[in-house]
Design a protein around this ligand. Structure first.
Ligand SMILES: [Zn+2]
Ligand SMILES: [Zn+2]
Length: 165
Protein backbone atom coordinates (compact mmCIF):
# COMPACT_ATOMS: atom_id res chain seq x y z
CA UNK A 1 0.00 0.00 0.00
CA UNK A 2 1.31 3.44 -0.90
CA UNK A 3 1.46 6.43 1.45
CA UNK A 4 -1.33 8.07 -0.54
CA UNK A 5 -3.56 5.06 -0.01
CA UNK A 6 -2.79 5.01 3.69
CA UNK A 7 -3.71 8.67 3.97
CA UNK A 8 -6.93 8.06 2.03
CA UNK A 9 -7.82 5.35 4.51
CA UNK A 10 -7.01 7.59 7.45
CA UNK A 11 -9.41 10.12 5.98
CA UNK A 12 -12.04 7.41 5.53
CA UNK A 13 -11.72 6.41 9.18
CA UNK A 14 -12.02 10.03 10.29
CA UNK A 15 -15.09 10.59 8.12
CA UNK A 16 -16.72 7.48 9.56
CA UNK A 17 -15.99 8.77 13.05
CA UNK A 18 -17.43 12.19 12.20
CA UNK A 19 -20.55 10.65 10.76
CA UNK A 20 -21.12 8.48 13.78
CA UNK A 21 -20.69 11.36 16.21
CA UNK A 22 -23.93 12.64 17.66
CA UNK A 23 -26.02 9.65 16.74
CA UNK A 24 -26.32 6.12 17.98
CA UNK A 25 -23.49 3.82 16.97
CA UNK A 26 -24.45 0.68 15.13
CA UNK A 27 -23.62 -2.20 17.43
CA UNK A 28 -20.86 -3.58 15.23
CA UNK A 29 -19.09 -0.29 14.60
CA UNK A 30 -16.00 -0.06 16.81
CA UNK A 31 -15.83 3.11 18.89
CA UNK A 32 -12.18 3.60 17.99
CA UNK A 33 -12.93 3.68 14.26
CA UNK A 34 -11.58 7.22 14.00
CA UNK A 35 -8.03 6.31 14.95
CA UNK A 36 -5.64 4.69 12.50
CA UNK A 37 -3.02 3.54 14.99
CA UNK A 38 0.32 1.98 13.96
CA UNK A 39 -1.12 -1.46 14.75
CA UNK A 40 -4.17 -0.81 12.61
CA UNK A 41 -1.88 0.36 9.81
CA UNK A 42 -0.02 -2.95 10.10
CA UNK A 43 -3.31 -4.82 9.73
CA UNK A 44 -4.26 -2.65 6.74
CA UNK A 45 -0.98 -3.29 4.97
CA UNK A 46 -1.22 -7.01 5.66
CA UNK A 47 -4.75 -7.15 4.29
CA UNK A 48 -3.81 -5.09 1.24
CA UNK A 49 -1.01 -7.58 0.59
CA UNK A 50 -3.41 -10.51 0.41
CA UNK A 51 -4.67 -11.44 -3.03
CA UNK A 52 -7.57 -13.51 -1.78
CA UNK A 53 -10.07 -13.39 1.04
CA UNK A 54 -8.52 -14.15 4.42
CA UNK A 55 -9.91 -14.98 7.83
CA UNK A 56 -9.06 -12.87 10.85
CA UNK A 57 -7.01 -15.72 12.31
CA UNK A 58 -5.03 -16.31 9.13
CA UNK A 59 -4.19 -12.63 8.80
CA UNK A 60 -3.24 -12.51 12.48
CA UNK A 61 -0.98 -15.54 12.07
CA UNK A 62 0.66 -13.87 9.08
CA UNK A 63 1.29 -10.71 11.09
CA UNK A 64 2.83 -12.65 13.97
CA UNK A 65 5.04 -14.50 11.51
CA UNK A 66 6.49 -11.17 10.34
CA UNK A 67 7.27 -10.10 13.90
CA UNK A 68 4.17 -8.03 14.60
CA UNK A 69 2.72 -8.12 18.10
CA UNK A 70 -0.75 -6.97 17.13
CA UNK A 71 -3.53 -8.79 18.99
CA UNK A 72 -6.21 -10.93 17.40
CA UNK A 73 -8.96 -8.63 18.66
CA UNK A 74 -7.24 -5.61 17.10
CA UNK A 75 -7.06 -7.46 13.80
CA UNK A 76 -10.74 -8.31 14.01
CA UNK A 77 -11.79 -4.79 15.00
CA UNK A 78 -9.70 -3.25 12.23
CA UNK A 79 -11.12 -5.57 9.58
CA UNK A 80 -14.65 -4.92 10.78
CA UNK A 81 -14.00 -1.17 10.77
CA UNK A 82 -12.58 -1.34 7.25
CA UNK A 83 -15.67 -3.16 6.08
CA UNK A 84 -17.83 -0.54 7.79
CA UNK A 85 -16.14 2.30 5.89
CA UNK A 86 -16.36 0.39 2.62
CA UNK A 87 -12.70 -0.46 2.25
CA UNK A 88 -13.01 -4.21 2.68
CA UNK A 89 -15.31 -6.78 1.15
CA UNK A 90 -16.70 -9.41 3.48
CA UNK A 91 -17.96 -12.89 2.74
CA UNK A 92 -18.62 -15.89 4.94
CA UNK A 93 -16.99 -19.24 4.36
CA UNK A 94 -18.91 -22.52 4.52
CA UNK A 95 -18.49 -22.57 8.33
CA UNK A 96 -19.97 -19.11 8.67
CA UNK A 97 -16.64 -17.50 9.47
CA UNK A 98 -16.12 -14.00 8.08
CA UNK A 99 -13.47 -13.58 5.41
CA UNK A 100 -12.10 -10.19 4.41
CA UNK A 101 -10.51 -8.76 1.30
CA UNK A 102 -9.06 -5.29 0.88
CA UNK A 103 -11.03 -3.10 -1.51
CA UNK A 104 -8.54 -0.89 -3.35
CA UNK A 105 -11.07 1.66 -4.54
CA UNK A 106 -14.41 2.95 -3.35
CA UNK A 107 -16.05 0.64 -5.85
CA UNK A 108 -18.20 -2.02 -4.38
CA UNK A 109 -17.40 -5.43 -5.84
CA UNK A 110 -18.60 -9.00 -5.75
CA UNK A 111 -16.53 -12.12 -6.08
CA UNK A 112 -16.74 -15.69 -7.19
CA UNK A 113 -14.86 -17.73 -4.61
CA UNK A 114 -13.52 -21.26 -4.84
CA UNK A 115 -14.78 -23.36 -1.94
CA UNK A 116 -11.72 -25.59 -2.11
CA UNK A 117 -8.74 -23.26 -2.38
CA UNK A 118 -10.20 -19.84 -1.62
CA UNK A 119 -9.28 -18.32 -4.98
CA UNK A 120 -11.39 -15.19 -5.49
CA UNK A 121 -12.23 -13.50 -8.73
CA UNK A 122 -14.22 -10.26 -9.19
CA UNK A 123 -17.39 -10.74 -11.22
CA UNK A 124 -19.54 -8.35 -13.20
CA UNK A 125 -22.43 -7.38 -10.93
CA UNK A 126 -24.05 -4.62 -12.96
CA UNK A 127 -27.42 -6.39 -12.94
CA UNK A 128 -27.32 -7.02 -9.19
CA UNK A 129 -26.39 -3.40 -8.46
CA UNK A 130 -29.21 -2.07 -10.65
CA UNK A 131 -31.69 -4.39 -8.95
CA UNK A 132 -30.47 -3.44 -5.46
CA UNK A 133 -30.72 0.26 -6.27
CA UNK A 134 -34.23 -0.16 -7.60
CA UNK A 135 -35.32 -2.05 -4.49
CA UNK A 136 -33.77 0.63 -2.27
CA UNK A 137 -35.56 3.40 -4.16
CA UNK A 138 -38.97 1.75 -4.10
CA UNK A 139 -38.94 0.17 -0.64
CA UNK A 140 -38.85 3.30 1.49
CA UNK A 141 -35.86 1.85 3.33
CA UNK A 142 -32.73 3.94 3.98
CA UNK A 143 -29.11 2.70 4.04
CA UNK A 144 -29.98 -0.42 2.07
CA UNK A 145 -27.00 -2.75 1.78
CA UNK A 146 -26.61 -6.13 0.20
CA UNK A 147 -24.41 -9.18 0.38
CA UNK A 148 -24.07 -11.45 -2.62
CA UNK A 149 -21.90 -14.52 -2.35
CA UNK A 150 -21.01 -16.72 -5.29
CA UNK A 151 -18.99 -19.83 -4.58
CA UNK A 152 -17.90 -22.75 -6.73
CA UNK A 153 -14.97 -24.92 -7.71
CA UNK A 154 -12.25 -23.18 -9.71
CA UNK A 155 -10.72 -24.64 -12.88
CA UNK A 156 -7.55 -25.72 -11.07
CA UNK A 157 -9.47 -27.53 -8.36
CA UNK A 158 -11.75 -29.15 -10.93
CA UNK A 159 -8.66 -30.55 -12.65
CA UNK A 160 -7.43 -32.10 -9.38
CA UNK A 161 -10.90 -33.23 -8.22
CA UNK A 162 -10.49 -36.75 -9.66
CA UNK A 163 -9.45 -38.06 -6.25
CA UNK A 164 -13.01 -37.46 -4.97
CA UNK A 165 -11.85 -35.85 -1.72
ZN1 LIG B 1 -9.84 -23.72 -6.29
ZN1 LIG C 1 -23.18 -5.14 -4.92
Amino acid sequence: MTEAETSTLTTAFRRAADRSRGRAQPADLPESIGRLTPQRTEVLRALAGCEDFVSTQLLHAGLLATGSRVGLSTVYRTLTALAAVGRADVVRDTNGEKLFRYRPGADHRHYLICRRCGLSQPVDSTTVEAWAERVAETSGFADVQHTVELTGTCATCQATAGTSG
